[in-house]
Design a protein around this ligand. Structure first.
Ligand SMILES: *Cc1c(COP(=O)(O)O)cnc(C)c1O
Length: 411
């Protein structure tokens, strides 16, 4: 039985073919490489019903993942996160068919675990001994932990103001961690120079190796499978490096070729923060690439990417699906974070919350209609960002009494 139908890698700019079974970075054109599969044979080999009967993890899609042998899987149980209906938030936003794919429930508390699981597994399979990357926090934590599980070394560099919890995760995992007085791009330059000097290490920066994308695309497969092999009308995604949205689009195209879905694709929406919105600016100006966003800053740390290597792929995914790109302020996204916890009991990350703030604007402008079925990606757990909520509660002495009060609020 063939476990993976990976056939080759393809330059995302030129379409040139590259050999898949050796350690790969970017193409000769400096562009991301995309993993390609023999989808014809996948179609003959596996059905949607076969998949439904498999283990509840992202590995249920193994034919369209790059790992050749099941024995090489490095897993902490990632994938198949809930697709939750949000009736209360949906009512308030005027979108009754509102769903949230909750990636707060994966190992390491962010969807970065998907990319790390597939990326580390494939790197180990190809003989890599150490992985190195710049990160805004969550990716570094995920790759450090999965590398530990694989018995691999990891070198992680992140901006000094990245969330402290992600540094602690790296340190607990035994990673070689560096804090950088600068942004993710500055960290990337330091990592690139270090890897050039080291044997057995691979630079696994965003889209500088082909397989993280493959892990993240499984979000697209899952949304469709969880809807009964049907697509929603709109998907909102908090976009930083863009791997998630590029991956979801890639998954949709693969599933269409496999005959697993048909008809129009969902409109993909790239959501950013106004403090770092290079994709939104490029989208509005009709450009095919973004330009470096100056003085990038937002509390939604995971989407602080001033210039993404895969920007042209994000813009292509958005335009090809008749989607859009939109930015919200930090105040708006923080308010949306609290509102969702209060309305639905889901404490989500600020990046995910940005999508709910964006949804309100899109509904108001009429871009999203009342009949649309909308899926919001919550990319991580709110508990990884404790500083986003201030502890503003009465402090009582042991001799004080708690004020008498009736039911706080009824729905
Ligand atoms: C990394 C990250 C993002 C952005 O993901 P990309 O795939 O790089 O666009 C969004 N949310 C969280 C929580 C993240 O850690």
């Amino acid at each position: 039985m063939t476990f993976s139908f990976l056939s080759h890698l393809e330059c995302s700019r030129t379409g040139d073919r590259y050999e898949a079974d050796q350690v790969a970075g970017t193409s000769a054109a400096g562009a991301p490489l995309l993993a390609r599969y023999d989808l014809e044979r996948v179609r003959e080999t596996v059905t949607r019903e076969d998949i439904a009967a498999r283990e509840p993890s992202l590995w249920r899609y193994h034919e369209v993942l790059p790992v050749r042998s099941r024995d090489n899987i490095v897993s902490l149980g990632e994938g198949l996160t809930p697709l939750l209906p949000l009736p209360n938030q949906g009512k308030q936003s005027g979108v009754p068919k509102l769903l949230m794919k909750d990636e707060g429930l994966v190992p390491t508390g962010s969807f970065k675990a998907r990319g790390a699981a597939v990326g580390v597994s494939r790197a180990a399979e190809l003989g890599v001994r150490g992985v190195a990357m710049p990160t805004n926090g969550n990716a570094g934590a995920a790759w450090a932990l999965y590398a530990a599980r694989a018995g691999m070394d990891s070198l992680i560099a992140m901006p000094d103001d990245a969330p402290a919890i992600t540094m602690k995760e790296c340190l607990a995992a035994g990673a070689e961690l560096y804090r950088v007085d600068g942004l993710i791009g500055d960290a990337g330059k330091l990592v690139g120079a270090a890897v050039a000097e080291r044997q057995g290490y691979q630079d696994v920066s965003t889209l500088k190796e082909p397989y993280r994308l493959e892990g993240k695309k499984t979000m697209g497969y899952e949304i469709v499978e969880q809807l009964g092999w049907r697509v929603p009308d709109v998907i909102l995604y908090p976009t930083g490096g863009g791997v998630g949205i590029i991956g979801i689009y890639k998954a949709l195209l693969e599933m269409r070729e496999l005959g697993w879905i048909s008809g129009d694709l969902p409109r993909l929406v790239a959501v950013q923060a106004t403090g770092c919105a290079p994709i939104v600016e490029a989208f509005k100006s009709g450009a095919t690439e973004s330009t470096l966003f100056p003085d990038a800053h937002t509390v939604a740390f995971g989407i602080t990417v001033p210039k993404a290597l895969g920007d042209f792929l994000v813009l292509d995914a958005v335009r090809a699906t008749e989607g859009t790109a939109i930015a919200v302020t930090d105040d708006e996204l923080l308010a949306a974070q609290r509102r969702l916890a209060a309305l639905e009991g889901a404490f989500i990350c600020p990046e995910g919350a940005a999508c709910f703030a964006a949804l309100d604007q899109l509904r108001e402008s009429g871009w999203v209609s009342e009949d649309d079925e909308v899926v919001v990606l919550n990319t991580g757990a709110g508990i990884k960002y404790p500083e986003t909520v201030e502890v503003d509660a009465p402090l009582l002495a042991k001799t004080d009494a708690i004020p008498a009060r009736g039911v706080l609020r009824a729905r």
